[in-house]
Design a protein around this ligand. Structure first.
Ligand SMILES: *[C@@H]1O[C@H](CO)[C@@H](O)[C@H](O)[C@H]1NC(C)=O
Ligand SMILES: *[C@@H]1O[C@H](CO)[C@@H](O)[C@H](O)[C@H]1NC(C)=O
Ligand SMILES: CC(=O)N[C@H]1CO[C@H](CO)[C@@H](O)[C@@H]1O
Length: 279
């Protein structure tokens, strides 16, 4: 009921998509009441801010403090947990709670922007041609150290969209749920845990997902094709981090723990909780 009266439709054609038109609609609520469509604002992000993981090797044995002996791998841009499903028992939904990190200028680093993004998503690791993801970014554009916090979603390789009308502050708890209804369609729900704001984005015509990677990631984003400097950030805990599959749930147990050498590391706390921290 509460989503029905605030339908906001945006149509986006993307020339590189061959499987029909990429389109999405957005509804939102504030304290359980629909937000008028005119107050919902999404801004396409022109430069690419998120990418598949850029794996680098070899993994460093001392990069992580691990509670369980998960396999560890190095990445240039992702730190966090990636668990894998098979093509015969695909992921249908991914879920997490996390607290949006605060970020500060990294000591001794003069490159800008400095940023860190926290998100949950499906694919982009072993399945490299598509990635469906949503989360928040903490970004410092220049040496003033002024921080900008933004919520966003993306169905790669289509553009990312900033949800400009969703306020984000350091330490706010977010809940992300991405529910795929097929390999090219799904619903992203991003809420403040207080439930003050809930945004629901219904997408179809996305690039085909394999639905084989479940990602809970803290990312060093790309801007304009270059890796941003990674800001220092407060620990990011992904809680109730689970994915549902056609048969049975998938947690973090057995996930690959990705680290960005010298910048951030992650560790499993239990099967559905993970922490990522700035080195
Ligand atoms: C520095 O970044 C802030 C935040 O984006 C912006 O408001 C400000 O105009 C920038 N200042 C300069 C000198 O570029
Ligand atoms: C996910 O989508 C399916 C199909 O539309 C729906 O039946 C199911 O209730 C959804 N799950 C959640 C948790 O929203
Ligand atoms: C923008 C907004 O509603 N932020 C709220 C998110 O939830 C936290 C509690 O977890 C509130 O303190 C924020 O005001």
């Amino acid at each position: 009921m509460r989503y029905l009266s605030a339908a906001f439709l945006l149509l986006v054609s993307a020339a590189h998509l061959v499987e029909g038109q990429f389109k999405f609609s957005v509804t939102a609520t504030y304290k359980g009441k629909p937000i008028p469509p005119g107050q919902i604002k999404l801004t396409p992000i022109k430069t690419e801010e998120a990418r598949s993981t850029q794996r680098i090797s070899p993994a460093s044995k001392d990069a992580a403090i691990r509670r369980r002996a998960n396999p560890t791998a190095n990445s240039a841009n992702w730190c966090g947990s990636v668990n894998h499903a098979t093509s015969t028992n695909q992921i249908k939904l991914i879920h997490a709670y996390y607290q949006h990190p605060s970020c500060t200028k990294r000591s001794g680093v003069t490159q800008y922007p400095q940023a860190v993004a926290a998100w949950a998503g499906i694919d982009g690791d072993s399945w490299t041609t598509a990635l469906l993801q949503s989360g928040t970014t903490c970004k410092i554009d220049n040496s003033t150290g002024i921080v900008r916090n933004e919520a966003w979603w993306q169905w790669m390789p289509s553009a990312a969209y900033t949800i400009s009308s969703l306020p984000v502050a350091a330490n706010d708890w977010f809940e992300v749920t991405i529910n795929t209804t097929s390999s090219t369609a799904g619903t992203i729900t991003l809420s403040n845990l207080s439930q003050s704001y809930t945004y629901t984005i219904t997408v179809s015509g996305g690039q085909t997902l394999g639905r084989v990677d479940a990602d809970w990631v803290v990312e060093r984003p790309y801007y304009g094709g270059s890796l941003a400097a990674m800001a220092s950030f407060s620990d990011v805990w992904f809680q109730s981090a689970y994915a549902t599959r056609v048969s049975g749930n998938l947690g973090i147990l057995g996930a690959t723990q990705l680290q960005i050498p010298s910048l951030c590391a992650s560790s499993e706390y239990d099967d559905s909780d993970e922490v990522s921290w700035s080195l």
